[in-house]
Design a protein around this ligand. Sequence first.
Ligand code: AMP
Length: 453
Amino acid sequence: MFSAFSLNDRLLKSIDKIGFREPTPVQAQVIPLAIAGKDLLVSAETGSGKTAAFLLPTLHRLLIREAPLSGTRVLILAPTRELARQILKHFKQLSGFTHLQAALVSGGHDFKYQRALFRKNPEVIIATPGRLVEHISQGTPDFNDLEVLIIDEADRMLDMGFSEDMATIVNQCNDARQTLLFSATLGHKGIQGIASRLLTKPVSVSLSSAKTPHSDISQQIILADHVRHKEHLLAWLLAHETYEKALVFSNTRAQADRLGGFIRYHKQKAAVLHGEMDQKERNRVMDLFRRGHVNILIATDVAARGLDVQGVDLVINFEMARSGDDYVHRIGRTGRAGRQGLAISLISSPEWNLMASIERYLKVKFERRSISELTGAYKGPKKLKSSGKAAGSKKKKLVKKAAAKAGTKKKPAKASKDHRPNQAGPKKRRPATDAARDGFAPLKRRKNPDENT
Ligand code: AMP
């Protein structure tokens, strides 16, 4: 029961109104520790209820001690605009019976308007790092009175190249603050580093790592011969599965756009969300999906980050996610807060090893499924290594290497249908230009602040 936390009555009233009955495990652990003023390092997956876990104790703190004359009291940093918007939405729900105000400071919105928001001196600022640093460079924000700093999805933040921006922001913050750091995984390379810099005597809360997807999500794979075959499978699944809302993931913006057209051609209502859409358009698409005017959303990973939509019960990976963590983020969109979900990945031959390595990484075995009227020729590798990967690929590589050493140039193999450029092969390197094309953040490289912030 939430009442056991002795949260402020106005917050309990909101919780009741929203309809939360029991705290989720992350809320049960985080809320009392945060109320006690501890710095926290929390690993919690998307969909675990982490947003309310940091908002409730923070709002409680603001309510039990009024401070009308202080500057910003709480700063919440999120890696993407979408996530920042979700946090603001949660804030509004939870603070509905209070006077507390929050302002959203993220890319894609008018800069001058945001400067005016700072002047209104809301208690809470929810920001993406790139845009906030721009405001800091103009001397607008005042974080000298800051009481709580919250960093959400810190691992994503590092992946997106925001570590320098984070350092700039933290330099502006009151040292006496409480800091709550949330990350999908604590195993991420840079997390321990920023934790030791930002947190004071932190308590670590590790419920389930990103490696543990919800147990209430069924995870399946269906083998596919090529892109065309995948399209048939996709159309079949969207027509035959029972779902309220479906999310289809593609690795590139171009593919997402193409699939949008394809699904609409099959007379289904679909919308596309990718990182290069302007904020207005993204909001419009999200609104259509949330309200159920379209029940299929095709998205790239960056675009879908932080997406929180009720009723998503089917996730289809048209192309396999590029890493285990990305896979978990994708399927975390379904089976949220106790709902049953289904995640299906369409796997073609070049994706087999990637799929096998994700199985190994997550210590799961995806259920093999086939659709009788659409079974293809590809049945998986003939021989498997103990890792589950295809046997023989390394040998071929060695032969190739030896041939190259001996100066015998092998004729490049003719591109088969399976190796079309928009398919994600496990060993394929993306050209640098892809980062701009598909809305993905280049790893460890500083992003243009206007892009996805
Ligand atoms: P989050 O992990 O913060 O993105 O939350 C995932 C979803 O769970 C959101 O839709 C929340 O509204 C919902 N949620 C959070 N806490 C609870 C709760 N205690 N009971 C039911 N749903 C919840």
